[in-house]
Design a protein around this ligand. Sequence first.
Ligand SMILES: Cc1cc2nc3c(=O)[nH]c(=O)nc-3n(C[C@H](O)[C@H](O)[C@H](O)COP(=O)(O)OP(=O)(O)OC[C@H]3O[C@@H](n4cnc5c(N)ncnc54)[C@H](O)[C@@H]3O)c2cc1C
Length: 458
Amino acid sequence: MREIPLAKVSPEEYDVIVAGAGAGGLLTGLALTGSGKRVLVIERSDRLGGVWHGYWVDGYRVDQGLHVITRVTRGAFTQFLREFLPEPPKYVLHEGWYFRVGDRVATIPTSIGQTLRWPLTDLRGRLALARVGAKIKTMKLEEMKRYKDITFAEFLDHHNMTNQTIRDVIESAIYLAAGVGIDKASAYEALRTLKDTDREQSKLALLRRLLFGSLEYDEGYVIGGMIGLVEKVAEAINGDYVLNAPVEAIVERDGRVTGIEVAGDEIRHERVVSNIPLWSMPSIVQSQRNDVVNFFERWSHMHMTRGVTLWLGLDEVVVGDRKSRVIVHPRPSRWLVSISSFDPSCVPDGKELVAIATIAHPDLSLDEHVEMIKGGGLEKYYPRILEHVEMEHAQMSYATRAALIPGQTDLDRPGPRTPIRGLYIVGTDTAGAGVGLQQAANSARGVVRAVLDDMSGL
Ligand SMILES: Cc1cc2nc3c(=O)[nH]c(=O)nc-3n(C[C@H](O)[C@H](O)[C@H](O)COP(=O)(O)OP(=O)(O)OC[C@H]3O[C@@H](n4cnc5c(N)ncnc54)[C@H](O)[C@@H]3O)c2cc1C
């Protein structure tokens, strides 16, 4: 894809217009390229990627957020890149999740044997965990769907899981995956996350996993960081993009999309994929039709998730391994990863880059979050990190446009089609299972399928 100015746009050169260059928009462009189509991407800001983003601060390459690629070997996002990028990126896997409760640290138990030896709780707690763990690991997807409208805390209450340590550890794990705590997360989405599968396993495979556990860690970091990944995807797309070009209106006539308005000019086109957040769409879609107005109004109230990430550049290597460390107390939990241990190209020689992420509290400022992250967690358990800081950079933003709460699970989404023919929606609030980049990839697959079907008259 190459950048062009708005004045140079000739809409007839493109098969599809993509409004918004976040992960959903770019992955749509990539898959359409794979089908021989050419796209025009119109982006409001001065760069591509949306919240999928990275940049340099004082010689350290930070991402927007602690971005970990989940399900590297079998997930929707990496499959998408393997299928559509000429040269897929390289990943380095984690060495596992380590949860800290006070002075004790343990991984997530993956078998009954491990659960019964788990050091973070007493025997009663372990037995309760083994019972609930076995229930979750053997539960079918259809049964999980029955719990989509209750929270995971309600599910745990229902199964008499009252042990506070276990609830707190599960809360931390669910927060990392769903961006909300167990009192808000949909039980269906939490159960899918904990079972860690999108597909059913054979009974034998399940039994084997339950008895012997699994040491597979399928999360990792991508060499080159998020900035490298976005560049790779943008390079592979067949088409052009325009920056600093907010879409002011999406125009409908007689039930069909006729184009978009940018800087007062209409770019006429009969096929538009919008990656603009659904919360903005009621003011952008220009239509008098009730079904259209109601549709966009109905889906404009998605609750997002918000995260804070503190990046610390250290003048020497202090952590130096690829473990994902979760400090369960004090709450909210903090997640600490040494990014340069995965990819040393993000730091000057001999230095280290550490990222610490936490859920954003609505009443706290960014500075207050930074104080909270450093105090209690870092000061107490990792004081050496604080002694070696030479670069400090903090971020707060939305991470995903629809938290996985009741009413917003992948079973409750509106996309990819809209009541306007030729107008499609993509992104983390529109459709697609999973969370973050998995979800963006799944939603892009859905929208591309719909566009291609409609283009071929199916
Ligand atoms: C802190 C943080 C941590 C994360 N960690 C992970 C992780 O570990 N693993 C993971 O898989 N994912 C992670 N993610 C999530 C993932 O990056 C996002 O969920 C995903 O990139 C969002 O994609 P989206 O398609 O919803 O688009 P968005 O990023 O919302 O993009 C929308 C785009 O539309 C543009 N736009 C908006 N309005 C207009 C307009 N009127 N005209 C033109 N353009 C417009 C915006 O500028 C933006 O570029 C994280 C994100 C953050 C911020």
